[in-house]
Design a protein around this ligand. Structure first.
Ligand code: SF4
Ligand code: SF4
Length: 122
C-alpha cells in the first residue's frame, strides 16, 4: 500500500452476511482477546414476522471499540483479518471516500471508521 494520509474503514454489506462468525473468530485470534471480549461482534435481528407476513432474520457484525483496524496486518500490507476471512466476501476495506461511493443506492450496509485510524499512514 502506498503512503498517504487517508482515513480507512470497513464496509459491511450485511445483506449477504450468513452469520458464520468467521470474522468474529479471526478477530479474537488476531487481537488475542480473552473470553467474552470482541473486536467485532455478530448481532442478530429476528427471526420476526414482517408487516407483509414474510419472515426475516438479519445478521449484523458490529465492530467494537477494541478494533484497531488490524494495524499489525496493515503494516505488513495485508488486509484486516475479518475482511480476509469473511465467508461471504461481504466485507470490504479501503479509504472511507471509496467505500462511501460503493454504498450509494444500496441498503443493509454499514461503514465502520475506527477512531484509531484518523491519522493512519499506510
Ligand atoms: S479490522 Fe478490526 S474488527 Fe476486523 S479483525 Fe481487525 S481488529 Fe477485528
Ligand atoms: S465472516 Fe462475513 S458472512 Fe461470516 S459473520 Fe462475518 S460478515 Fe457475516
Amino acid at each position: 500500500m502506498s503512503k498517504d494520509k487517508k482515513t480507512y474503514g470497513i464496509l459491511i454489506d450485511y445483506h449477504y452476511c450468513t452469520g458464520c462468525h468467521a470474522c468474529e473468530v479471526a478477530c479474537k485470534s488476531e487481537l488475542d482477546l480473552p473470553h467474552g471480549q470482541f473486536g467485532i461482534k455478530l448481532a442478530e435481528d429476528g427471526p420476526r414476522k414482517k408487516i407483509d407476513g414474510k419472515w426475516e432474520l438479519t445478521y449484523i457484525p458490529i465492530p467494537t471499540e477494541l478494533c484497531n483496524l488490524c494495524e499489525k496486518r496493515l503494516s505488513e500490507g495485508r488486509l484486516p483479518t475479518c475482511v480476509h476471512h469473511c465467508q461471504s466476501a461481504c466485507m470490504d476495506f479501503g479509504p472511507v471516500e471509496e467505500l462511501a461511493k460503493k454504498m450509494a443506492g444500496k441498503t443493509k450496509q454499514v461503514l465502520f471508521v475506527p477512531a484509531v485510524n484518523s491519522s493512519r499512514s499506510v
